[in-house]
Design a protein around this ligand. Structure first.
Ligand code: TMP
Length: 254
């Protein structure tokens, strides 16, 4: 096993130096955290499932022309991605009221929103990822107005596409969070979709029963977290056959 340089250790993923300049290896851990990491648990097999699910969804999005940092899945827990400069904003888009939206605006969980609502959160653990406005984003220069326009346009496109994709497998896409990054190609800057799209950062409800098939099962102690993620993978037709706990144990160099 080769020793790779660790670039960044996140809550659910670790980034390692990639095989070529401008690439990184994104390693999916089994760690689950919620409420700014106050609640933590190891959910055996979650990383394998999120790696598969995110690789599949990013590939589908690339097929419709959405630029992404994803290049290819390497193995059970790792994918090769383009190195990007992460924009420190979480873009959340909501189709149905749930989570913090229900509390902030007293809209009961499950209420369909007449039009999708986009919200921004500043990625800063020390501040608890506060909700921010476009004015904050541009005034603090986290992104330019042009970049923000691009992020919103991409978010709406991803929402339209994924809503249909999930509906096709009997799942409501309630809301989700996206992150974006900058890459430079021939001195030109591009905004691309980064991070992951998985049940860790989407709310997914069964179309008929409204059963939760996402990280709310962990946040709300509903149990069967990995089973629900497996159900999403199964419906997408990408359930790993090898078993969830296999794959390389990565040896990292400090
Ligand atoms: P919220 O209702 O808790 O604000 O979450 C909205 C969406 O964003 C939901 O699909 C879960 C996702 N999310 C993340 O991916 N990371 C986070 O840190 C939080 C708080 C939410």
């Amino acid at each position: 096993m080769s020793r790779r340089r660790r670039i960044y250790d996140g809550k659910a993923k670790t980034m390692f130096e990639g095989p070529e300049p401008g690439t990184l290896i994104q390693y999916f851990k089994d760690d689950a955290t919620a409420f700014n990491a106050q609640k933590r648990e190891i959910l055996s097999g979650k990383g394998v499932l999120n790696n598969r699910i995110s690789a599949y969804l990013m590939t589908k999005l690339a097929e419709i022309g959405v630029p992404t940092a994803f290049m290819r899945r390497l193995n059970m827990r790792e994918q090769l991605v383009r190195e990007v400069e992460i924009i420190p904003i979480e873009v959340v888009i909501r189709n149905i009221s749930a989570g913090s939206f229900t509390k902030r605006f007293a809209v009961p969980e499950g209420t369909p929103l007449e039009r999708s609502v986009i919200e921004y959160f500043y990625k800063k653990d020390e501040l608890g990822d506060p909700m921010v406005s476009e004015e904050h984003i541009t005034a603090f220069k986290w992104a330019t107005p042009h970049e923000l326009d691009e992020m919103v346009a991409l978010t709406v496109r991803v929402n339209d596409f994924l809503t249909g994709l999930f509906l096709g497998i009997g799942i409501k896409l309630v809301d989700f969070k996206l992150e974006f990054g900058r890459i430079w190609i021939d001195d030109e800057m591009h905004i691309v979709l980064a991070d992951e799209i998985s049940p860790d950062n989407c709310r997914l409800w069964d179309l008929k029963t409204n059963e939760k098939l996402d990280k709310d099962r962990f946040r709300q102690d509903l149990g069967n977290v990995v089973e629900s993620y497996s159900e999403v993978a199964r419906r997408l037709g990408i359930m790993p056959e090898e078993g969830l706990n296999e794959g390389p144990t990565l040896v990292s160099g400090e």
